[in-house]
Design a protein around this ligand. Structure first.
Ligand code: TXE
Length: 481
């Protein structure tokens, strides 16, 4: 049984009276590790460590910080296989996905921000002769980075890297559902020579230590990714203390396919955008809209493609579709399948738990599920399910499908498949989302603004957005004569 420790003041911290939470392997349903159920005492140790480290870290030059973050990036890369195996075991995702997406992106996150800080510039404004303004940006101090269970190391480092690069000290709180790769990161930071207390990794229950972290008076900003409801709770705790908050929340993203699209590409990508990571990515397309004239053909071909998905053990090299992250989440997704039936939906494929053999017999496996015959405004089509359950429906005009797409309270992303420039521009202009992909999906340039509107969150991450979030501007106006 692996025991996970908090990483505080540059070392793994073991407090004898610490209580632990069970950590399950989704593939087998077995407890394989114990996670610290951190208390306020742990939090105070982390805050103190960060406070002691801030003067040193914030006064380092960008080049000095960059070199350490580049070492962290290189060390994660050197240990890629070990991280990928751990991520797959902790989340239930296929090892091939962890190896080609989760861990390489974590490497990239540190590399990207380690180099971004070497090229920042700050504006100056000459008001009139003899008057010059310039803007200074300084690190905020101690910040909280709170991340979810779907892309654990990928989203944890997506927040930590820019926060550290900008000169802040960080208290990171990974999801208690998938803590393992965050736990492994501590050792990497030690080897990279990150000064002690600069990054502190605190494990435990979100509603308990997560809430106390957000509310702590010495936390200047909170960068959060997770559910919309939790995001609202984080905002409620942070607002009275005027902390900066960045919230990357849920989504109910449309995949819109016109008859004039590249059919094979649209079909192949619809499988990916629906079922990658068992549908547990905030950017997954969970509502598929097909132009009426190709609806029946697309539906038939899509079902055939879903049948070809290799469902299996996450540690099997051939697996394309693994286990759901936890039993509670599996149960949540299954309640939505029951809701879809109650709302009049037809289950075209999937819709039930998969009976697995041997060590997987108690694992959390749900068949990829496709549902049709539901109205655009029913709960199944309005609420985030965050699993491998997608709906499909026809449309006739771009105005009609735009109305369907924008009818939800979320506004994160959309993918549009068409060869008509006028159609793609029309939808790109009018879709109420933060990201529109045209004839592609999940193609990411880390310099771009990432995030959503409405109930999908507040603020943006990525490139300059992250560096501006984690720093405080000051305008200085000098009258020379
Ligand atoms: O997120 P949570 P979970 C959606 C998806 C999923 C739902 C819940 O619908 O079913 O969110 O997923 C910490 N104060 N997404 O349970 O509960 C918690 O410990 C401070 C979309 O992972 O929001 C964890 O570290 N922190 C999302 C993190 O917040 C709190 C990806 C996220 O937990 C807290 C994942 C509190 N009161 C889920 N309560 C996306 N947009 O990518 C919890 N936490």
């Amino acid at each position: 049984m692996e025991r996970i420790f908090n990483f505080i003041d540059g070392q793994y911290m073991y407090l004898p009276e610490c209580k632990y939470l069970d950590n399950y392997a989704p593939a087998t349903g077995e407890i394989y590790a114990l996670t610290p159920d951190s208390t306020e005492e742990d939090l105070e140790l982390a805050i103190q460590a960060a406070e002691n480290a801030f003067p040193i870290w914030s006064k380092m030059t960008s080049i000095e910080r960059s070199n350490i973050l580049l070492k962290i990036s290189a060390l994660i890369e050197q240990n890629l296989e070990e991280f990928a195996k751990a991520e797959s075991k902790d989340t239930g995702k296929p090892i091939s996905l962890a190896r080609k997406m989760d861990i390489p992106r974590s490497v990239e996150n540190f590399k990207f921000f380690a180099t971004a800080i070497l090229h920042t510039h700050t504006p100056a404004h000459a008001t009139e002769f003899g008057v010059i303004n310039y803007t200074l940006r300084k690190p905020l101090g101690i910040v909280a980075c709170i991340s979810p269970w779907n892309l654990p190391l990928y989203l944890f480092t997506w927040k930590i890297a820019p926060a550290l690069a900008s000169g802040n000290c960080v208290i990171g709180k990974p999801s208690e559902v998938t803590p393992f790769t965050a736990y492994m990161l501590g050792k990497i930071c030690q080897e990279a020579g990150l000064p002690k207390g600069v990054l502190n990794i605190l494990h435990g229950q979100g509603g308990k230590i997560g809430a106390k972290l957000v509310a702590h008076p010495k936390i200047k900003a909170v960068s959060f990714t997770g559910g919309t409801q939790t995001g609202a709770e984080v905002a409620r705790l942070a607002a009275p203390q005027f902390k900066k908050i960045s919230l990357e929340l849920g989504g109910k993203n449309p995949t819109i396919i016109f008859a004039d699209a590249n059919y094979e590409k649209a079909l192949e990508n619809a499988v990916k955008s629906s079922f990658t990571n068992q549908g547990q990515i905030c950017l997954c397309g969970s509502r598929i809209f097909i132009e009426k004239k190709i609806y029946e053909k697309f539906k038939t071909d899509f079902i055939e493609k879903i049948k070809l998905l290799k469902i299996g053990l996450p540690n099997d090299e051939n697996t394309e579709f693994g286990a759901v992250v936890s039993l509670p989440h599996l149960q949540k997704v299954m309640t939505y399948i029951e809701l879809a039936k109650a709302e009049g939906g037809t289950i075209l494929i999937g819709g039930e738990r998969i009976k697995m053999e041997n060590e997987a017999k108690n694992g959390y496996y749900l068949a990829p599920t496709l549902i049709e015959n539901l109205p655009f405004d029913c709960r199944t089509n309005q609420e985030e399910i965050f699993g491998a359950v997608v709906t499909i429906m026809p449309f006739e005009t771009k105005e009609e499908v735009l109305m369907y797409a924008n009818s939800v309270k979320y506004g994160l992303s959309a993918s549009v498949w068409t060869s008509n420039l006028e159609t793609s521009n029309f939808l790109a202009q009018h879709l109420d989302v933060g990201i529109v992909w045209i004839n592609t999906w999940l193609l990411r340039d880390l310099r771009t603004s990432f995030g959503g509107m409405k109930h999908s969150g507040v603020g943006r991450e990525g490139g300059q957005d992250s560096l501006l979030f984690f720093t405080e501007p000051k305008n200085i106006c000098i009258k020379m004569d």
